[in-house]
Design a protein around this ligand. Sequence first.
Ligand code: HEM
Length: 492
Amino acid sequence: MILLLLILTIITGIYFLNLNYQYWKKRGVPGPKPKFFVGNMLENFLVKKSPAEVFADIYRQYENAPLVGIFRGFSPALLIRDPELIRDITVKSFQQFHDNDLFLDKDVDPLLGRNPFFAKGDEWKTHRTVATPGFTSGKMKTIYPLLEHVSQEFIKYVEKVTKNGACHVKNVCMRFTLNNVGSCAFGIEAKCFEEENNEFKQIADRFFAPEDWQNIKVFIISILPFLAKLISIKFTPKDVEEKLTNIVVQILKYREDNNIVRNDFLQILHQIKKKDPNFTNVDITAHAAGFFGDGYETSSIVMHFILYALASNPQTQSKLREEVTKAFEENHDSLPYEELQKLQYLDAVFNEALRLYPPLGALIKVCTKPYTYTPKNGEKPFVIEPETRVILPLIALHRDPKYFEEPDSFKPERFLVKENITKYTFMPFGEGPRACLGQRFGTLQVKVGVAYVIKNFEISVNERTKLPLEFEPTYFLVLPKDPIWLDFKKIV
Ligand code: HEM
């Protein structure tokens, strides 16, 4: 009898879950046929492609549609193709789409739960407001000499590690961005060039490595989002939490005891704590941890893709070297902040690499209030309901031949005339009030690092690099499946 009841429950469950697959059909939204359980995410489910690549494949199949109805597991989601609708979602109607898909509860994950990226509604606003003063353009100007100093040390380090052959370029870039974060956010020398496996490097190796069980929970929520309220996720491993807390507490104590005031991110947080008794050491650590995690990983990925693109395109590399070397020569072998801002070709190279390899290949937003979508072709309007996920397929837009001629080629020249770029088709940092908070810092550290490398080395792709590049399907950022190896030849 119990077995019969169980079978009946399962059959009824399957029936209703299957009915859900009519969701977009009923609303007249075009989209690919979903498969039971996985929806349209089969290739991601089989660990063949990342979600961003699956979205890009679907994007290409619906050339004339402004939006496409898909299913992530059982859950309906809208893939947005129309740049004007993207503007609406990210800017004009931000109030209806202000949350990101993945939410971490700060009581379960005290560090990442306070990161603006993972917070919701009013809490997001609070966390973003706290972190914002650390990223003003005035702040960037004051920390720039620290970045330039790390860049000079970086050149010596690259020379040392490439003496005996090629280097794993992502690892090298990661040490560079970790040292920058140490210096600009924590006011310490992270020593990632001198020491093979120091504390900062150890934390970084574990920072984005949640336990398997947490990944399974993320997957379950992505296919059955209504379970989000019941399943709590903790990304930050316990040891990372403890180590970062220790570092922050020690630095703050040292500064208090010795009356030291430094012009860095930690100092800003410390000032807030002095004024607001509700702002605790956990808050300080969480925001410092946010700077740590956001600060090193995306930027080192971008930097290593830029170097790869330059290594694969020797003419572009020479052209950039010409621009950069001239700037160094005119400034007594250094590259002041104002001069860096003037380097137009460097800016174009930076943007073109971000177009081909945006570290976040797709953004997923949550509809928080009903939104009426009126198709331009006169078809019936329909309401995007609260809790519906809307997907902004960055990598698909960035590689759409409608917006970028020869989209798979690396051609920085297309960014020299910014008017050529259709708005909301190129958005590696997102758009609107929720766009990347660290854009200025990320841009600055990557540009100064690349400028120093190109001035000092000729780079080429080493045969250990597996081509064509494939993306790692299990990582949340766009990263090659197999590492990129580059040869560096010192220019004398
Ligand atoms: C070149 C490197 C970087 C790229 C390409 C990048 C890209 C992005 C993107 C696409 C988003 C999501 C925007 C959205 O949801 O609309 C984001 C969010 C964010 N990024 Fe970055 N990022 C970079 C570097 C950094 C750095 C260096 C920091 C801080 C040190 C940082 C801090 C943040 C924060 C705090 C958010 C969440 C913003 C919010 O939800 O209010 N990012 N970033």
